[in-house]
Design a protein around this ligand. Structure first.
Ligand SMILES: [Fe+2]
Ligand SMILES: [Fe+2]
Length: 192
């Protein structure tokens, strides 16, 4: 099969209706694609993997199903094993080795994209002017975006071999162009 963004989006939206989940998929896609560009990898394939990583969450909302019961569905749809394995490996409870750059990147971008998104939502200017320092500070406040696993944020950057601040900058920069799709304000919109 030819893996395209359109195809991945079609699969994702067939299984996922929640706006929050679609926004999460878009955020992780933007971050993962940005790293594909930086590493000289296949941007469309990496982006498609990110779009699909939680595709079954709505139908499999518990860890005894997500994402392992989604994997056979992806195989039936014809997605290559490279994508299926990467999707499986983002789940800590499956304890799969993250032995490819795609797996390490997806894992590193998953929780942090969600966290940076959450930081943007509480700021009048969204992601504009958001500094790594304030993201790090919020990471230390357990009550803020409590659903984001801090240990996975730290471990993700470490496994990817990127300093946390640099990773925060990369993810923030990746999300900025799609701020409106993520429901975020911008400096321009707050001045208006
Ligand atoms: Fe997930
Ligand atoms: Fe996710």
């Amino acid at each position: 099969m030819d893996v395209t963004r359109d195809r991945a989006w079609e699969t994702l939206t067939r299984y996922t209706k929640s706006e929050a989940l679609l926004r999460h998929a878009l955020a992780v896609e933007a971050s993962t694609s940005a790293y594909a560009r930086r590493f000289g990898e296949d941007e469309e394939l990496w982006g498609a993997t990110a779009l699909l990583h939680d595709f079954d969450y709505e139908i499999h909302p518990t860890l005894d199903q997500h994402p392992q019961d989604g994997a056979p569905l992806l195989r039936e749809e014809g997605y290559p094993e490279e994508i299926v394995e990467a999707v499986l490996s983002h789940a800590e409870h499956l304890a799969m080795p993250r032995d490819t750059a795609l797996k390490r990147t997806l894992f590193a971008c998953d929780e942090l994209s969600g966290f940076v998104h959450a930081c943007g939502l509480v700021r009048p200017t969204g992601l504009d002017g958001l500094e790594p320092k304030s993201v790090r500070k919020k990471l230390k406040q357990p009550s803020f975006a409590a659903g984001v696993h801090r240990d996975e944020v730290y471990r993700g950057a470490e496994e990817l071999g990127v300093v946390l601040d640099e990773h925060i900058v990369a993810v923030t920069a990746a999300l900025r162009p799609i701020a409106s799709q993520l429901g975020l304000r911008t400096a321009a919109s707050s001045a208006a």
